[in-house]
Design a protein around this ligand. Sequence first.
Ligand code: BGC
Length: 536
Amino acid sequence: MYDRSGNYRSFDIWVYLQCNVTDNWPDHHTVHVSCKFTTYFGHTGPSSCIYGGIEGWNKMASPTSRPEPALSWLDSAIRVKPLQLADSWKKQQVEDALKKIHLTGAQVLRIKEVFHSEVERGIHEQPSSLQMENTYIPELPNGTEEGMFLALDLGGTNFRVILLELSNGALIRENVKRYHIREELRLGCGERLFDFLAECVSDFVRSQNLGGTRLPLGFTFSFPMIQKGLDVGILLTWTKSFNCPSVVGRDAVQMLREAINRRGDTHVEVLAVLNDTTGTLIQGAVLDKKTAIALILGTGSNACYIERADRVQHWEGQRHGEKEVIIDIEWGAFGDNGVLDFIKTDYDRKVDENSLITNSFTFEKYISGKYLGEIVRVIVVKLVEDCVLFGGTVSDALLTTGAFTTSFVSLIEQDTVGNNCENTPEILDKLGLSYNADDIAIMKYICETVSNRAALLVSICTATLLERLDRPDTTIAVDGSLYKYHPRLKSWMNKYIHLLAPEKKFKLLLAEDGSGKGAGLVAAIALRLKQRFSQT
Ligand code: BGC
């Protein structure tokens, strides 16, 4: 086979099949097979290496002994700075404990292959951990959006109701009110949650003196849902800090409408339901027309992008000649079918065990703000148990699930980036721990390693999406607390995405409050489509 520079390369293809047979075969067989394959030229420089990606690889479980190609160029590009400790025993213990958190170049390329394959399978409605949900949003704001719109934003522990006034597509007024959602509502009966949302809408509308005004509404519902249209969103599963079991399998829009009707004191019309990533893409497109991908890197994580409509198989209802449509990937669930098990560590398993909904949202648990701090905490506890950290003494706070927040990770990373030591001791004091200089260095190293893995994972998937889009230059709209407050997530992402999609020009753009502003804009688009389709 010839590489891109015309040089002939020969290589072996090794395919490992895991056989799920119940007779007396051993579990793993190494077989040479001839099969259809795609090649991936990881790098075209002198240390060029060919990584054979096997179609359907993801269907196979992780083999116990797959030979990994040496990818020294990638290995060194993604490596974090080594831990500097005078105590070589401690240093070794920490390195051993974190070994599996450091991804190798070979693993990185394999994740890329697997993600690509899952995207393909998802979009073709084949079994995949990626939902690839059609949002039914076929166009972006075009500057004609006019009038007053309500936006609801449900996803975090605060529910927001927003009034947006648009003129020629530009926002000329925005009033926002936040309502805290108590835990008993987040974890209780669905009707009570939606009654509470309706109560907030009513309170807000009254406070704006809009009781008698007809208001089109866009509902940002940032959870995985099956969309059967622009205003139908059937909850697939809760994530983050919500778990009201009676809502799963039901249409969130219908539940909202019913709750609003039960009160009967407002004139809002729910026109669209959307995800926060979708809102971010729409908001990004207002800021920069090249926007075609959006990411949320916050408490939860997700991505969406603009897909060619002819590639989208799942389309309920009539098509109207749409050329493109926004696809909500729901990448938080990437790996829920086991395709990412080859990078799962015992720490990840522990984090999952301690989570509200176990065995779900594998990828989100590797990368998002709800879990990064918890991964660090679990690693730290193990190192205390091994007498490597804090002289082997834990504190009650350190033993509490969720007590080490991702904001701590960002603050400790600030110390590392700024080469100082202000935040780390403060955090350790807060957690009631006694520490010395080695403990501080180790804490910094753990936070860097865990953050770097998250940055890499996000970048791998983003690079894969960039390659999927047939665009010369793409803007990626990003929002979320992790992205905003982590001091070097953005710079790592810039580096890794470039490394993994070297031929693609891109820009990361902070597009704040897509779940608010984007929802208003989507309601305006929905209104436009409704009027257009009713005329045809
Ligand atoms: C949800 C997504 C959402 C993301 C970011 C995830 O937990 O499943 O729908 O976009 O969080 O809020």
